[in-house]
Design a protein around this ligand. Structure first.
Ligand code: PMP
Ligand code: GLN
Length: 415
């Protein structure tokens, strides 16, 4: 059976949302149709052309069998009705133990943790609970697509600070200049999708310092917390002054390779969690009971399980990065996530492709590989700056990565 998610094709509007390159503004496009995400669009192109899908970030091998079995057992044992809105106690306790085990963070499972329907709902409930028109939300750019969309829904203003190659660390003076008295939330994503950067401790400390100065809440999306290569993951909440103003979001999707289960969690100070929970209640009320039971078991796996996730991915990162280099891309080595950014500038010189978006659009049909254009994670100005960059996912089987690299090597002759 195909592991590709079923995707709709674009509904026929003249411009696909990602071609407009402003993730937030896309939500209700100028032509009035609701946007498909960039991931849906590229996956649909991959399916249509039978291409190797190195676009959407989902692993094509499932997670540990014992966790899958726990979900099956929970269903057969009749755990099929609503879970409590804030999540099953066993899962909230498992999340608290995980944060204590890996980061020495002490959380009260009763008041400081809620379960969400994937990190996506956690992000939406948090931003909608904490912001309103007149507020500013600061993110880095490129930014994960849902941030722009939800900030758009909240009516707040979306400000950005660029992350530039090769380090993709923000310039601290630019970060400081982007804060002001209206900054209500600074949204961090660490490790960072799509750049693969893992922010330095200095950058994280600067964020805490500025958020404290301007009394802003830090919302940190740490779904790739266990996917770092040779560098530790530092949760923002562990920094001095961090915990009291930080909402941390994570998810089972990446850690356990069950992206379709949509179990996430949100933790932080009780009064903020109470506000976020109120919004979450009216988004989905509660999240899938048997999957919560299974994820609680997963969070209790031994340390070696968690360290082996990145170990397995590290060699895949190298296979894909080498293949991309051989194909003529300039490659930026990621320190986290399962994405690698490749600059197509050398391939654009031949004039066959006008920019990275054009290349990404043609790639599935031309060579049978799909990737995500980085401008899809940017507002128009950032899209200009990143217009030759593509994001490739390496959470795929070794065979697919090797074959993908072989196919990409044929680009040389086409460009
Ligand atoms: N944040 C980031 C940075 C992501 O890459 C993703 C995709 N996993 C999400 C949030 C969404 O996570 P989930 O699938 O748990 O909703
Ligand atoms: N997080 C995944 C990615 O970045 C996609 C999830 C989605 O399709 N919304 O590729």
């Amino acid at each position: 059976m195909s592991t590709e998610p079923v995707q709709p094709e674009h509904d026929g509007g003249t411009l696909a949302p990602w071609q407009r390159t402003a993730a937030g503004a896309n939500l209700l496009g100028a032509d009035g149709h609701l946007g498909l995400t960039i991931f849906e669009e590229i996956t649909a192109l991959a399916v249509k052309n039978n291409a190797i899908n190195l676009g959407q970030g989902f692993p094509d091998e499932g997670g540990p069998e014992e966790i899958a079995q726990a979900a099956k057992d929970a269903i057969s044992q009749g755990h099929n009705q609503y879970a409590p809105g804030k999540g099953l106690p066993a899962l909230r306790e498992a999340i608290a133990s995980h944060q204590e085990r890996f980061y020495s963070l002490a959380l009260d499972p009763e008041t400081e943790i809620i379960v969400s329907t994937g990190a996506t709902e956690g992000i939406a409930a948090t931003l909608l609970a904490l912001t309103e028109p007149g507020d500013e939300v600061l993110t880095f750019e490129p930014f994960y697509d849902s941030y722009g969309a939800v900030i758009g829904l909240s009516g707040a203003t979306h400000k950005t600070v660029p992350l530039q190659a090769p380090s993709f660390e923000p310039d601290h003076a630019a970060l400081e200049a982007a804060f002001n008295d209206r900054t209500r939330v600074v949204m961090v994503n660490n490790p960072h999708n799509p750049t693969g950067t893992v922010f330095s401790r200095e950058t994280l400390a600067k964020i805490v310092e500025l958020a404290t100065k301007y009394d802003a809440v830090i919302v940190t999306d740490e779904v790739y917390e266990h996917l770092t290569y040779g560098v530790p993951h530092t949760p923002v909440a562990t920094l001095p002054g961090g915990a009291e103003r930080t909402i941390t979001i994570s998810s089972a999707g990446k850690t356990f390779s069950f992206t379709g289960w949509k179990v996430g969690w949100v933790s932080g100070p009780a009064e903020l969690i109470a506000q976020i929970r109120t919004v979450k209640t009216f988004m989905s009320y509660s999240s899938g009971t048997p999957f919560q039971i299974a994820v609680a078991k997963g969070l209790g796996m031994p340390d070696e399980f968690f360290s082996s996730i990145a170990d397995r991915l590290a060699s895949k990162k190298d296979v894909l990065s080498d293949g991309l280099r051989e194909a003529g891309f300039e490659v930026y080595n990621p320190r986290g996530t399962y994405f690698v950014i490749a600059d197509a500038a050398p391939l654009l010189r031949g004039g066959r492709f006008s920019d990275g978006i054009d290349l990404a659009r043609q790639l599935p049909e031309l060579v049978g590989v799909a990737a995500i254009p980085v401008p899809a994670f940017c507002h128009p100005e950032g899209a200009e700056r990143t217009n030759s960059l593509l994001r490739f996912a390496f959470c795929k089987t070794d065979d697919k990565l090797t074959e993908g690299a072989r196919r990409l090597a044929t680009l040389h002759d086409l460009a």
